[in-house]
Design a protein around this ligand. Structure first.
Ligand SMILES: [Fe+2]
Ligand SMILES: [Fe+2]
Length: 279
């Protein structure tokens, strides 16, 4: 099975790049399942119902979130009727929406998608290790689900790597999000779980985390807010993580980063390109 995850979509520039490129990527790589992190898609803060629908229409199967999940207040309402929008699992009891969901991929596989928040240098939450452990114990790989995918939205690489080790062999893939900067530690862990500490964003990298740089720089210099944060408007790089999963075991057999457009150097999953060009 071919799974593609795309990192935090930031603002209009990120949305445009995603909506333009995703239909073609789905075809070119013959993707079975696509997950997109949409926590920064509405002006950099949160997501709206219309944007969620745009991402689904462009070819996303599921949209995940993060610490900005409910920055747009309408998400508190529409998330209850949009089952393909998955918010962090370890939020307080009673939070609208769901932190995990089971979805059917194009190849027929049942995919469990989980989103969770880290706790290091972030707001205090319920323990993400125990929260995810409960889910993957209740719905085991190869029993309740054919594939298990985790979007671990966290700041610290230590917490993300620890989560990778904790879940190795029990989930198909765990990706880090939230820092908006892609890491080059993509690999398959010893037990067969695909891993990367951070996928990066779908946004303009001539910026600070996808935001116009003036105000972030001002706040570091003066500690006094002067303007609002606004998304940068230059061409976005679409950053993702490509995983080929063994249908029999639900574990990863190939992984590669994806970076297209904008100012980052281009990289594509060559194992899918070779097959596509051979056909
Ligand atoms: Fe983000
Ligand atoms: Fe975030």
């Amino acid at each position: 099975m071919r799974l593609l995850f795309l990192g935090d979509v930031v603002g209009r520039s990120g949305r445009q790049a995603l909506v333009q490129r995703l239909p073609e990527l789905r075809r070119r790589y013959a993707l079975d399942f696509v997950i997109v992190n949409g926590e920064n898609s509405a002006g950099g803060f949160g997501i709206t119902e219309a944007i969620t629908q745009d991402f689904l229409d462009a070819g996303a199967d599921v949209v995940t979130l993060g610490n900005h999940a409910f920055d747009q207040r309408e998400a508190l309402v529409f998330i209850s009727r949009q089952e393909r929008l998955v918010r962090p699992l370890n939020l307080p009891e009673g939070t609208p929406g769901r932190g995990a969901g089971l979805f059917k991929a194009r190849n027929g596989a049942e995919v469990l998608v989980i989103n969770a928040l880290g706790r290091v240098y972030m707001a205090e939450q319920n323990c993400p290790f125990r929260a995810i452990d409960n889910e993957v114990t209740a719905c085991r790989l190869g029993e309740g689900a054919d594939v298990i995918f985790i979007d671990f939205h966290a700041e610290a690489t230590s917490e993300k790597q620890a989560m990778g080790v904790f879940l190795d062999s029990r989930v198909s893939c765990i990706v880090g999000t939230h820092t908006h900067s892609p890491t080059s530690d993509d690999r398959i862990l010893p037990g067969g779980t695909a891993y990367i500490s951070d996928v990066g964003m779908c946004g303009d990298y001539n910026s600070v985390l996808g935001m116009k740089a003036d105000e972030p720089v001002n706040r570091f210099l003066t500690r006094i807010p002067k303007e609002r944060f606004e998304p940068a408007l230059g061409e976005a790089t679409v950053c993702g993580f490509a995983v080929e999963i063994d249908d029999a075991t639900g574990l990863a057999v190939k992984v590669a980063p994806l970076r297209l457009g904008g100012v980052l150097s281009r990289t594509e999953p060559s194992f899918w390109l070779d097959e596509a060009s051979a056909e």
